[in-house]
Design a protein around this ligand. Sequence first.
Ligand code: SAH
Ligand code: SF4
Length: 359
Amino acid sequence: MLEKNNLLGFTQQQLNEFFSQIGEKPYRTRQLMQWVYHKEVYNFNDMLNLSKNLRSKLCSLASLDLPKVSKQNFASDGVIKWLLDLGCNNQIEMVYIPENDRGTLCISSQVGCSLACTFCSTGMQGFNRNLKTEEIIAQVVIAKQYLSDNNKNISNVVFMGMGEPLLNEKAVFDACNILLDDMAFGLSRRKVTISTSGVVPALIRMAQKTPVSLAISLHAPDDELRDILVPINQKYPIKSLLEACNNYLNSGDQQRHILIEYVMLDGINDTFEHANKLVKLLKGMPTKVNLIPFNTFEKTQYKTSKTATIKHFQDILHKSGIRTMTRRTRGEGVDAACGQLAGKVIDKSNRSLKNNGRN
Ligand code: SAH
Ligand code: SF4
């Protein structure tokens, strides 16, 4: 049987094409998007301003199916973690992090990750497959449904869950298009962030293809250390990564800046020398540095830097004029902090032939 088109994965333009192919007028796109994204109706038969004939056509050709929520965990600090079942033993996680002035949803882009960063629980599990656009959008839909029932709202979406978004660029860029579209989620480009460990060719394409914000998982100020912590650095070293960052900063019609993520690993990347090297590297770039205390998980060899060390590191950056903040660890009781996300993954990456970036 032919698989039905899941319309949650369609951008506005793709919906126009879809309706044109089935002999319908373009205004059907607006009607459908209103039902789905504004009225949260997912059953074609309840979309009353569509003709009966169109409703039955949609039922036979298309779907708006959402994956099953297999678990929902609530941390004491308001963080919520969902485990979604994508079938065939694939699971992904997403996390909602409420703060005073915003509510951030952290979503996944892949089942697992092939890049094997040594401090990351997702990376340690291996990789199974890319998510489809509809599976990315479904995460936002499911969270939004729950949150709006509880008077909470999603102001920001970050691709900081499981997976490397720039190794799934087509689906991720289409999902960004839907997140920004006023007829769908209507988020501003500053409120949607792609976080990458540095897949340089895809980063260069990203600068042209989507106007969303960028976060770079740097984690080390020189190639020698970064080659170990973020192995894709062996393929795309820091110099090429920073060139791609400068290209991003100079593209687009609005002023851009970059968030630099730096995980704080005790005795590994957190010394005075590392801080000074980082200052040299970032001097003059419009960046903000986010220091992330390492979140521990089973079988890891790393430890979190001491609080005083993190403060000292932050002070060095600050004094050199680099905007720096330390990320507060959230969602700890439910393993929902950065790098702890680990739904079930059937590893197909063949770790012995480590696949560092397939672009
Ligand atoms: N693959 C992308 C996005 C997902 S990871 C990337 O690497 O950027 C999201 C962020 O969490 C990244 O900055 C990542 O380096 C960080 N991270 C991974 N494991 C972590 C851990 N155990 N503790 C703290 N941060 C971690
Ligand atoms: Fe993949 Fe990001 Fe984890 Fe590295 S930090 S293994 S790129 S998810």
